[in-house]
Every structure is written in structure tokens, then in C-alpha cells.
Design a binder for this molecule. Structure first.
Ligand code: EPU
Length: 353
């Protein structure tokens, strides 16, 4: 297994932040992951597993061994009366995978079209958009235990999915199960419904239905709408560096929500099944006047206040430090005005990693 030294990570993170991996290994199969485990004591020094780099902020060079997952393959591996079971290698590009599934007639992932990143990264943060979360379609995840080299499989329930959260995002300890740095996802299997129905509950999609009069759109039509909505709001990482939403939408109690509405009647809020309310972090940040503001080369996107962007690239790139300084300034002003602590969505990777 070849380990490359001092590898530039700018092409491997969608923020385009300059940083180096002191050591980087590429793995294209389960056997290669196991060979790497046999060569390195990964139980003692946890590696950093890199997928598409679309949900990380690099704040310095990475000292840990970086494992870049490049496992390929998409195949139909089974079916039940109600579902197609589709397996994908962790290194496949998510957006291309969604389009491939649609072309094959395996429907149900169209609301998640055009999300940057790899298929192996998708379960880590339980990607979600326009009324569908990955957990609604995921069947099983195959992974390798990096300490022992043993492969294992987790069911949907065992992944402990939450809003932008899973067992793969947590290091474990303090009574909480976690697999961050301990497991490498190799394959993901999806159960895609044979009897498909469009999921159109999200307001932006309802608007498309009204605009076009298409009350029963095809899955490809929904995919095209989602792509158009994303293009209109979200910056393309190939053009301007970003990691999508930078903060999670916070959840507050009914009392807290009523209190905020009392002070700011326009606050965007959604009732949750458990009686709490989800607030639109984008609205809170926007209300604090951050849209379009910058600190150094890091800036708040001018069309979606929840997205931080890198205004530079190459030698003029924002640093991870600039991004985090801007993020902290936003957190402070939202806290001072609304009493709400915004939680970052991407994984922040520091020198210690
Ligand atoms: N809004 C503002 N100002 C803005 C932008 C939005 O006031 O600058 C308001 C909008 O009017 C809207 C509300 O905020 O009422 C919500 O905005 P939007 O529909 O764009 O969704 P979001 O909550 O900001 C979430 C996800 C996105 C996902 C979209 C669509 C999170 C953290 N973000 O964004 O996911 O694409 O919904 O489902 O949950 C990502 O995770 O990287 C991501 C892009």
C-alpha cells in the first residue's frame, strides 16, 4: 500500500482551503483497507477518513494518516416485493449515483440530487434536502473496523441517525457509542421503493408544482426542480468554495419559540412532531445582518445566509482560521440577539487530527 507524503488537500475539500496531509493513502477496495490496517497501528493513532471533502473545514495541516476512500461500483444486489436493493461503493460521487439510479428506474433519491460529496460520506451526516433524509432510504452500511481490519455491517437502526447526525460523526466515550475515526464505510445499500410517490411537501417544491401545473411530476422532473432550486440558492463549489449549510437549524422549546416570535414576529419556524420548533438558522443569521459580509476571504453567501464561502482561491484562498473566526462572530451575534447557540454542521479538522 503506497502512502504519499505532503499531499496538497485543496483539491480534496470543497471549501478549497490550502492544507497538506503529512501522509495520505488511497483505498479502492475492502482488501486495500484491510492491508492498510495490517500495516499501521490505526487503533493507537486514529486516521482521518476523507470522502468528498464537502463537509470539512481544514484549519491546518493534517498530521493523522489521511485515508482517501475511492471504492467504486453501483449494482442491484437484490429485491423484495416492495423494494429494489441497490449497493454503491463509498468512493462513488453522490450526485452521479442519484442520476444513475434514476436512469435505471430506481427511484426515491431524487430530492437528494446534486448534493456534493461521496456516497460513503452521505450516511456520516445523514444528508437531507427538500423533505427527504438519507435515513428514509438507507438499508445497510458496510464498514471496516480500523483497529482490527474486520468488516462489519450496520442496519439502518444501528447507524443512530439524527438530524445531520449519525454514529459515524461521534468519537464515542462518555456513555455514547461512536465510530468516528474507528470505522471506514466501504459500501452503502439502499432500499428504494418499487411503488414510488413524489415527495413534494417542501415549500420550494410546492411552488414548482403551482408554477408549472404539474401535480404528478416524474422522479426526473422532481430531480430537475431540486437541481434548479439548489442552483438558484446555493453556490457551486466548483466555482466558489463552500460546504453547503455551515450551521444546523436549531431546535427550541415551544416557550422559547413563543418568546422569539413575540420579539421578532417574522422568525421562520416549523413545528416538530415532539412539540418543539425548528428555527431557520439562515433567517436568524440574515436578521443579524450577515448576508454578504466578509472577514478576510471568508464571507457569508449573498443568496443564502447559512452558507459560508471562500472568496479567494489558490494563493488568495481563505484560511480555515478565517472561516472559523467568521463562524464564531456569527454565533456570537445570533446568541446575543436571540439567545440561541448555533451549532456548526461540518467537521472541523485541526492540527491535532
Ligand atoms: N432564509 C432567510 N435568509 C436566507 C436564506 C433563507 O431568511 O438568506 C429563510 C428562507 O426564507 C426559508 C428558510 O430560511 O424560509 C429556510 O431556508 P431554505 O429553504 O433555504 O433551507 P435551510 O433550512 O436554510 C436546509 C438544509 C439544506 C437543504 C435545505 C433544503 C440544514 C442545515 N440545511 O437549509 O442542506 O438543502 O434545507 O432542504 O438543514 C446542507 O446541509 O449543506 C444543506 C444545504
Amino acid at each position: 500500500m503506497v502512502v504519499e507524503n505532503m499531499v496538497a488537500l485543496a483539491p480534496y475539500n470543497t471549501f478549497g482551503i490550502l492544507s497538506k496531509a503529512h501522509r495520505l493513502a488511497r483505498v479502492g477496495s475492502v482488501a486495500q483497507v484491510q492491508a492498510l490496517c495490517a500495516q499501521h497501528d490505526l487503533a493507537r493513532a486514529a486516521p482521518f477518513v476523507l470522502g468528498g471533502g464537502s463537509n470539512i473545514v481544514l484549519t491546518g495541516d493534517v498530521h493523522a494518516l489521511v485515508i482517501k476512500v475511492e471504492i467504486p461500483g453501483i449494482s442491484l444486489v437484490g429485491q423484495t416485493d416492495r423494494h429494489w436493493l441497490v449497493q454503491v461503493g463509498a468512493g462513488e460521487n453522490w450526485s452521479a449515483f442519484v442520476d444513475h439510479c434514476l436512469a435505471q428506474g430506481w427511484l426515491g433519491l431524487e430530492n437528494l440530487a446534486f448534493i456534493p460529496g461521496t456516497c460513503g460520506g452521505a450516511p456520516v451526516q445523514n444528508i437531507g434536502a427538500y423533505g427527504v433524509e438519507l435515513q428514509d432510504r438507507l438499508h445497510e452500511v458496510d464498514a471496516v473496523d480500523l483497529a482490527s481490519g474486520q468488516p462489519f455491517t450496520l442496519s439502518n437502526g444501528q447507524c443512530a441517525f439524527g438530524y445531520r447526525d449519525s454514529i459515524f460523526k461521534h468519537p464515542g466515550g462518555n456513555g455514547r457509542l461512536g465510530l468516528a475515526g474507528r470505522a471506514l464505510i466501504t459500501h452503502v445499500r439502499f432500499a428504494l421503493p418499487k411503488r414510488w410517490r413524489a415527495e413534494l411537501s417542501y415549500l420550494d417544491l410546492q411552488k414548482k408544482v403551482t408554477e408549472t401545473g404539474l401535480t404528478q411530476p416524474s422522479a426526473s422532473q422532481v430531480r430537475d426542480w431540486v437541481v434548479a432550486i439548489r442552483r438558484a440558492k446555493l453556490p457551486d463549489p466548483a466555482v466558489i468554495g463552500n460546504v453547503g449549510s455551515f450551521f444546523k437549524n436549531p431546535t427550541v422549546s415551544a416557550e422559547q419559540c413563543a418568546d422569539i416570535i413575540g420579539r421578532d414576529p417574522k422568525v421562520v419556524h416549523y413545528p416538530m412532531p415532539d412539540g418543539s420548533f425548528k428555527l431557520a438558522a439562515a433567517w436568524l443569521i440574515d436578521a443579524c445582518g450577515w448576508k454578504g459580509k466578509s472577514m478576510g476571504q471568508a464571507a457569508v453567501h449573498d443568496r443564502q445566509a447559512l452558507v459560508l464561502v471562500n472568496r479567494g482561491h489558490g494563493s488568495t484562498s481563505a484560511t480555515g482560521g478565517e472561516v472559523m473566526t467568521l463562524a464564531r462572530a456569527i454565533q456570537t451575534s445570533v446568541y446575543e440577539r436571540f439567545g440561541i447557540r448555533l451549532e456548526p454542521e461540518p467537521v472541523v479538522v485541526g492540527h491535532g487530527a
